[in-house]
Write a protein that binds this ligand. Structure first.
Ligand SMILES: Cc1cc2nc3c(=O)[nH]c(=O)nc-3n(C[C@H](O)[C@H](O)[C@H](O)COP(=O)(O)OP(=O)(O)OC[C@H]3O[C@@H](n4cnc5c(N)ncnc54)[C@H](O)[C@@H]3O)c2cc1C
Ligand code: FES
Length: 291
């Protein structure tokens, strides 16, 4: 947890998007500067004793405080942590009410993320990196996509949701990925059905292709993606989104089953993850506990 800080930070903006999604900008320079692609934050709302637990959120983006700073050739210091979230329950509904000037407690950056030393050499050896996102899982993939683009590696985004309203944040990927393949279950945008169908077609059409798959989304989508990666013999990294209590490796509430025996058969998503090599996760027995 190098660089992890716990601060009370200011809300700069909290913009509604489609489908109950929001983009929350927090002024958090210490956390922004320490963030690596794929890490996450724990957000605690102040003055709400009934939602005491912190809520885990992927760090969607880190940026300078102003657009001018972002546009400057040498860049301004990173000060903003941006979270892309969907309202699903009481905690995220209260988050959606935050306004500029409000404050939250932010513990970040957490987890290992997509280790540069682990994935960049594999990505560099690949013809293309294939990001696979389901719903709000998209939030874990923008920072890796930017880093991969800086390394000059080709990449493509496969992004699926229930409806077109779930396909948020795509404009942020436009400068980094060569092509975006969208899918919705109701057919309101892109391919109709699960995003793994166009992914499979893509892999099947390139039997000699060398890819690195990087996936984040619901368990069923991750599992289908991992099955495809195995079937087409391609490496795959998954970012897991388990329920969490402490986010610090103490409560064990986020543990998943991995290959191994005894204590070695469990790892904590918050500290050993959230990014795992797909083949290490026990997909048969490793159901995400619904606590
Ligand atoms: C590492 C990590 C990164 C995450 N990143 C994001 C993100 O970038 N954006 C985002 O919107 N969400 C993200 N999540 C999920 C987010 O933490 C939950 O949606 C949030 O905690 C729900 O809080 P709540 O009080 O609104 O809902 P609750 O009232 O606690 O729950 C409402 C419903 O959501 C379900 N739920 C709650 N937490 C999770 C979870 N972790 N996974 C699946 N279902 C859940 C519950 O089972 C219940 O059905 C992430 C989770 C993890 C572990
Ligand atoms: S959330 Fe407590 S150990 Fe991971």
């Amino acid at each position: 947890m190098v660089g992890m800080q716990n601060d009370i930070v200011d809300v700069v903006a909290n913009r509604p998007l489609t489908g109950g999604h929001f983009l929350l900008d927090l002024q958090a320079p210490r956390q922004a500067q320490a963030t690596r692609p794929g890490q996450f934050a724990m957000v605690r709302l102040l003055d709400h004793s009934d939602v005491l637990l912190r809520r885990p959120m992927s760090i969607f983006d880190v940026k300078p405080l102003t657009a001018e700073g972002q546009a400057a050739a040498n860049g301004a210091p990173l000060e903003i942590i941006q979270l892309l979230y969907k309202v699903v329950g009481r905690g995220t509904r209260l988050m959606s009410l935050l306004k500029p000037g409000d404050q939250v407690e932010l513990l970040a950056p957490l987890g290992h993320g997509f280790f540069e030393e682990e994935y960049l050499p594999v990505a560099q050896a690949a013809d293309e990196v294939l990001h696979v996102a389901g719903g709000i899982g998209i939030a874990a993939l923008l920072l890796p996509a930017r880093q991969i683009a800086r390394a000059g590696i080709r990449q493509r985004l496969f992004f699926g949701g229930r409806t077109a309203d779930d396909l948020v944040g795509t404009e942020d990927f436009e400068t980094y990925v060569g092509e975006m393949v969208l899918a919705t279950e109701n057919g309101s945008k892109g391919h109709q059905g699960f995003v793994t169908a166009p992914l499979e077609k893509y892999l099947a059409g390139r039997p000699n292709g060398k890819f690195l798959l990087m996936a984040c989304g619901p368990w069923a989508m991750l599992r289908a993606t991992v099955d495809l990666a195995a079937r087409y013999n391609q490496p795959c990294l998954v970012s897991m989104e388990n329920r969490m209590g402490c986010g610090l490796g103490v409560c064990l509430g986020c543990s998943i089953r991995v290959e191994g025996t005894g204590h070695a058969a469990y790892e904590r998503v918050c500290t050993e993850g959230p990014v795992f090599r797909a083949e290490r996760v026990n997909w048969e027995r490793g159901e995400i506990p619904k606590t």
